[in-house]
Ligand binder design. Structure first.
Ligand SMILES: NC(=O)c1ccc[n+]([C@@H]2O[C@H](COP(=O)([O-])OP(=O)(O)OC[C@H]3O[C@@H](n4cnc5c(N)ncnc54)[C@H](OP(=O)(O)O)[C@@H]3O)[C@@H](O)[C@H]2O)c1
Length: 314
């Protein structure tokens, strides 16, 4: 069966605190090479992506800013059409460090506000300029002097000031999400976690849906790691049946089950392919949800706060 092109790729999910809606289909910029980051970000905007995800820890904010400026200057896309997401790093959780870190991100992005600001992980690291602080034995140095809720309430202040439209959490468990949701004056708009058919996070998704939080799934294609989701027999069989690529099937599944997602590529043809998603039949969505039993977490960041996909020391 050949699927007709439909509007799935333009799906938007409303945010719970009155700050608009975000595109379900988002482009991540965790790309180690700066030139490749700039080229890929520009290609993503040209392909149609309208959500860009970056972070101070990825060290890609400057390139994302430059790519956006180029595209804005060409008049193809306007600032207000793009949802820009960046994240506070673990070494900046203390109250007095949040605003300077946020302002530094804005400056690199060449923006005067971001649409969504996330706490990158729930782990506070020793404050300072070293993003990966380690003791003599190579163990991460944590900061016991600040709680996740302290950091959250500081982010609420940024929303009050109009510096960011919405705030959210990343790499959190269901328990941590509940704790912040219950205590927050401004509720988390987004919870950004690894999720794909090998890590569907149904409990967290159900909780988010019930409470008006968008679950934004990163590593939607399994980060190209083994076991390779793109080669899973359930996915490849559906892809053959509906005449789409395995990547397009995975992205459609993510949108159709009600999550936002992030996918990344430095390859222009794949960037276009990943935006060219259309609805897959409901029985295919079910088959992926029920028929894939493997469970794999590719990124161990939720255990330690150390980002799994970033080369150590970068
Ligand atoms: N908060 C966190 O802790 C956290 C952690 C990880 C990621 N993230 C965010 O989530 C984003 C997405 O994560 P991810 O990088 O794991 O995404 P992903 O889309 O699951 O994996 C990206 C990998 O898949 C390959 N790929 C992309 N499209 C493809 C296609 N159509 N066919 C075959 N292979 C394809 C890419 O290769 P090429 O580039 O070579 O084309 C790249 O190696 C990141 O950029 C980042 O913004 C957040």
């Amino acid at each position: 069966m050949m699927l007709a092109t439909d509007n799935l790729r333009y799906t938007k999910i409303p945010l719970n605190n009155g700050s608009g809606a975000i595109p379900a289909l988002g482009f991540g910029t965790l790309i180690p090479d700066p030139v490749a980051t700039r080229v890929a970000t520009k290609a993503a905007l040209e392909a149609g992506f309208r959500l860009l995800d970056t972070s101070e820890r990825y060290r890609t904010e400057k390139e994302v800013g430059e790519a956006m400026q180029e595209v804005f200057k060409e008049g193809k896309v306007k600032r207000e059409d793009v949802v820009v997401v960046t994240k506070l790093w673990n070494t900046n959780h203390r109250r007095e460090r949040v605003k300077p870190a946020f302002e530094a991100s804005l400056k690199k992005l060449q923006l005067d506000f971001v649409d969504l600001y996330l706490i990158h992980t729930p782990f506070a690291f020793q404050p300072g300029d070293e993003q990966d602080p380690r003791d003599a034995n190579g163990n991460v140095i944590y900061d016991k002097g600040v709680t996740l809720l302290d950091t959250w309430t500081t982010l609420e202040g940024l929303v009050d000031e109009g510096k960011c439209k919405a705030i959210g959490l990343s790499d959190v468990s269901l328990e941590q999400t509940k704790e912040i949701f219950d205590a927050a004056r401004i509720k988390p708009a987004v919870v950004h976690v690894e999720s794909h058919p090998y890590l569907p996070e149904w409990d967290l998704l159900n909780y988010c849906k019930k409470n008006g939080i968008v679950l934004q799934a990163f590593a939607a294609l399994g980060h190209s790691m083994e076991p390779n989701l793109l080669e899973d027999p359930v996915i490849t069989a559906i892809a053959g049946r509906v005449n789409k690529t395995p990547a397009q099937v995975l992205l459609a599944w993510a949108i159709q089950r009600g999550t936002a997602l992030l996918t990344t590529s430095k390859t222009p043809s794949r960037i276009k392919e990943n935006f060219d998603v259309s609805t897959i039949p409901e029985d295919a969505v079910q088959e992926i949800s029920d028929g894939i039993k493997s469970r794999v977490r590719f990124n161990a960041v939720t255990e330690t706060g150390v980002p799994g996909f970033i080369p150590r020391g970068k």
